[in-house]
Design a protein around this ligand. Structure first.
Ligand code: ARG
Length: 291
């Protein structure tokens, strides 16, 4: 069963406006849970791949209905987590870095995403030399790139990304294995973020509180259903339909939350954002430190 609100999208009434985005997604043709590399995964019960496909198609159709362009990379047999396109790399403007995975089970995804980026022919492209799980651990905000470390992406990868893109990168320490990627603990909104402070070390949580005094603080219940693993286009916020408090928090700030059922993909520890690599347009990060 897939569910998505059938109601027409209300026109933005406040100051928030959606902007058309480009997303890269990977159909879950080979999706499975055959190994365990995060606490969400349980390889002992079979996945319902048809359901995963139907849920994924709903997400893709929802993006397209809201004016976003979705490009699709072919999945590779034997790479059951490749559906989580966010991990494939980081793309901003004409620069792209492809991932270098922490776990051997996912290693071959790095070259697969690299080849896709290379075939697109429009990037100054490099393969990460440090352990780097792409947008799973790098969140592109208006002012900088937030970067997670602790479980997957290494701190040296943060330096590599800062240098490659010439943009400021803020390192944050993740401490709770349930929130093993930054995109499970932070959702980028237009100009601010939503996050779950307990997923971070005290120092990193204090840093976020200082940087984003107006942030939305997610409840543990919403973090625990990967409610923060959402995608914002400036107005619409595509997120798990299991989040209960976040939709109201978002509405109160003028956003339009759109609930998506990705229950089958959640069994591998992923939700909306994990399935989505944004191909960010140039100038997404207003680098005030440059010049
Ligand atoms: N099973 C995958 C892993 O553990 C899930 C990846 C989810 N992706 C993400 N961007 N958080 O690597």
């Amino acid at each position: 069963m897939t569910s998505v609100t059938a109601l027409p999208t209300p026109e933005p009434t406040g100051a928030r406006r959606p902007t058309p985005r480009q997303y890269l997604m990977c159909r879950p043709d080979h999706f499975d849970v055959t190994y365990v590399i995060n606490p969400w995964m349980d390889a002992s019960t079979p996945v319902d791949r048809a359901l995963a496909l139907a849920q994924w198609e709903t997400l893709r159709a929802t993006y397209e209905r809201h004016g976003h362009r979705v490009e699709v990379i072919d999945g590779v047999p034997g790479l059951p987590d490749m559906v989580f396109a966010a991990n494939g790399g980081l793309v901003i403007g004409d620069r792209a870095i492809s991932a270098r995975f922490a776990n051997p089970e996912r290693t071959a995804e790095g070259p697969a995403y690299h080849d896709w980026m290379s075939a697109r022919g429009r990037y100054q492209l490099t393969a990460a030399s440090e352990t780097n799980e792409g947008e799973g651990d790098f969140a592109v905000t208006r002012d900088h790139i937030l970067a997670g470390t602790g479980f997957r992406t290494s701190r040296t990868a943060h330096e590599e990304v800062a240098e490659f893109f010439g943009l400021p990168v803020i390192s944050l320490d993740l401490i709770d294995p349930r929130f093993y990627h930054l995109d499970t603990a932070v959702m980028v909104l237009d100009g601010t973020i939503a996050y779950y402070p307990a997923a971070f070390s005290g120092e990193s949580a204090r840093l976020l509180a200082r940087m984003y005094p107006d942030a939305i603080i997610a409840t543990e219940a919403d973090a625990e259903v990967l409610g923060l693993n959402g995608v914002c286009d400036g107005y619409n916020v595509f997120l798990s339909d299991r989040a209960t408090t976040l939709p109201d928090q978002l509405r109160a700030r003028g956003y339009n939350p759109i609930g998506i059922d990705l229950s089958e993909l959640l069994r591998a520890g992923g939700s909306v954002k994990c399935c989505t690599l944004e191909l960010h347009r140039a100038g997404t990060v207003l680098d005030s430190s440059a010049a």
